[in-house]
Write a protein of this length. Structure first.
Length: 173
């Protein structure tokens, strides 16, 4: 059997301050239907003044977001670099209970994720050079993504109403 990944707990208050003071968008870099790991990225929404970022109307035409903001359409092979005035943080979602074909998280990480979730929180970990939200379950739905990101916003002292989530369609049918 393959050894599960090693994860280091992260204190949300050690993350960049702008997460708690700015309007923020978490953007998926792949479909939530792709399995136990959804790569994503947090980026600032406003111009640094706390104002919400651009909102899209029903036709999607209002105030388009420039592609360079999160890389080319959020593709996983898009460059991680962003303009200096556009801070970003790689933040993945990890479903810690996935066990086939391999166990993805050690028992300590799984227990911490379940304990945090039971108390209305989310367990933030370091996974390689990226941060991740360790969540109970073996996969993600749109509702589970919204719940995890809302818990992340609260963990850094932010108002969840100032955070947005952008998902990609695709994956399993």
């Amino acid at each position: 059997m393959t050894e599960p990944g090693a994860f280091l707990p992260l204190d949300p208050f050690d993350l960049p301050e702008w997460l708690g003071t700015e309007s923020v968008t978490w953007r998926a870099e792949q479909s939530v239907r792709d399995g136990h790991l959804v790569r994503g990225r947090l980026g600032r929404n406003g111009a640094g003044n706390g104002a919400p970022g651009p909102r899209f109307g029903g036709n999607g035409a209002a105030n388009p977001v420039p592609d360079h903001r999160f890389g080319r359409n959020g593709a996983p092979d898009a460059p991680d670099a962003a303009p200096d005035d556009e801070p970003q943080l790689a933040l993945d979602l990890l479903a810690v209970d996935e066990a086939h074909p391999v166990i993805v998280a050690d028992d300590e990480t799984r227990r911490a994720a379940h304990r945090a979730w039971r108390h209305g929180q989310v367990h933030v970990v370091q996974r390689g050079d990226r941060a991740a939200l360790a969540c109970p379950g073996s996969a993600f739905t749109a509702d589970r993504v919204l719940d995890a990101v809302e818990r992340m916003a609260r963990s850094v002292g932010a108002d969840p109403e100032r955070w947005e989530v952008r998902l990609l369609l695709g994956g399993r049918h």
